[in-house]
Design a protein around this ligand. Sequence first.
Ligand code: BDP
Length: 697
Amino acid sequence: EDGYELWLRYHKIENPSLLQKYQSRNKGVVFTANSDRLKAAKKELALGLKGLLDIDLADSQNLTSGGVLIGTPESSGLIAQSGYAKEINGLDPEGYIIRTVNIDGKQITLVAAKTDIGVLYGVFHYLRLMQTNQSLDKLAITEEPKLQLRVLDHWDNLNGTIERGYAGYTLWDWARLPNYKSPRYTDYARANASIGINGAVLNNVNANAKSLRVEWLIKAAALADAFRPYGIRVYLTARFSAPKEIGGLPTADPLDPQVRQWWKDKAKEIYGYIPDFGGFLVKANSEGQPGPQDYGRTHADGANMMAEALEPYGGVVFWRAFVYQNERHIDRVMNGYEEFKPLDGAFNKNVFVQPKNGPIDFQPREPFHPLFGAMSKTALALEFQITQENLGHAGHLVYLGSLFEETLQSDTYENGKGSTVSKVLQNYKKTHGISGIAGVPNTGTDLNWTGHLFGQANWHAFGRLAWNPDMTSEEMSEEWIRMTFSNDKKIIDPIQKIMLMSREAAVNYMTPLGLNHIMNYDTHNGPEPWHDDPVWSAFDYHKASESGVGVDRTRTGTNAVGQYHEPLSSQLNDVKTCPPQFLLWFHRMAWDYKMPSGNTLWNELVAHYYLGVEEVRQMQTIWNSLEKDIDEERFVHVKSLLELQEKEAVWWRDGCLLFFQQYSQLPIPSKYEQPKHSLNYYKRIPYPYNWKESQYK
Ligand code: BDP
């Protein structure tokens, strides 16, 4: 298997008695599909039933016992007249029910929703029940998404490359659009719909104004047409200076009436091509991108101008909060909060401010961004990164379900205990009428979509959490393994073990104890804690010297802890109560500081780095034990990448420890295998890692 089918494999149910049970519950399907979305749902159902049960979906209008009735009160008279119509019409527009019911004295399964897209989601769930070998008896499922806008933010460039993409080139075949619509667009949309994703920003946040020109809009519209049956709306990034660059105006000042009119006209033009266009994603005054501050205006001025243009059509603005000053004396961790907190309440109703999950930049581990819990008057969306920019690219197996869950379940204490980031996000629906979440995907033209086969699990986890941010990584990983590999516990358990340990392993061999931003300056792969030039220095992030390591962000330091609510703020402030995984994030500690474990800080750091490598070796042993249970192609793919991961984990461990050792002046205890090379050797290794070791001596 090459992995192309993702988790939608629909292989025949292996257990004969289960197969028979499922077949007896799918004896006839009554499903009138009179719209594109219902047709898409029916096509998926036919594919699934054929593959899983070897049943050909035959059209029938007669309900039989053991049959399935699918549709909306509008598409199906039977559903409209059933006792369920009222409940169904009260569902969220994207919600659905799956029930074992009696209609006309016949016991059937009802898959029903208020809208066509709800039916599609219901069908995917119904198939998933069988894919994961669950019972179809006594079904009583009601599902509604907990967040409304569940969006992938592609960082795809118009020239086909993907910023921080490690799985090939963009899926959007710009040259042949709009004429040729690759069937892959439909497969992309199917995969997204199956996990509830309902939006795609087509292009990079480092935006090109050209993408708003008519020739590109026509191409984007063709993609929107391909995605529409699957409930996926298209969004575009908007370069703030577009009125100047492609509009011929002398300024892009958001308070200039001509500029405001330009955006209104542009919005009107876009909606002419894409009637359900989702809106704009904007990176402004960040890393050199133009923005309202170029004209002395605020982020709110900029966002509101675009929001006004989109408002008549129901569009929204996702305005990113990823901003930082590049001056070395300023604590970057605090910048986003400092710029946006004072603007709370200044944004229009159809604006999301969008921070990343943490206050730095998609590190292997960060505390949650302090804006979550601090912006009650402004709808926030959260941005996760699914592509593994700082987590080994497509070479390392790192299950991000654990990272996403950790952020979403972090307690902000905004309204007392239990105010998790997940709840903060969900609550905006009540207060602002909108709620949302975004993920920067890991997809590309690779045959298996995500480069590393296990990258698929990260795409899956993002979608499942976007639908229900309170799912656990245990639940999600098990579901993904069952759909991707097998329903056999003997296979599920070991693979799940690998997945659930993998993220902590990566933190251990890359950035344990709250370290961050010590990866290679350009590639963000491999260690470079030694990077130090006038523009950018890793020393700003680790501050290693003879006296210790870590950044003092306590009340007597930069006071980043002051951006969190009590009692968390005090907990982080006190070295005794600060969770060890954030120790060096918030505190600067002497090398001989005694950790709660009894170890000195140095020895604890060493222990984490060695544990990380050891964990990768355990992952290898577990995977290798599955050789007979997994098809050769996928087995060998993962096996060889785990070998690469092990080598790179050692590179991280030895490079970082030898670097920090210059300052700690302490030995790596002799019980550990000692680094094979000198620090100089690690400093000279280029990217991609070339394993001809002699070259760098
Ligand atoms: C950084 C990436 C850079 C992105 C930036 C962003 O390295 O490529 O443009 O984030 O999110 O992590 O805007």
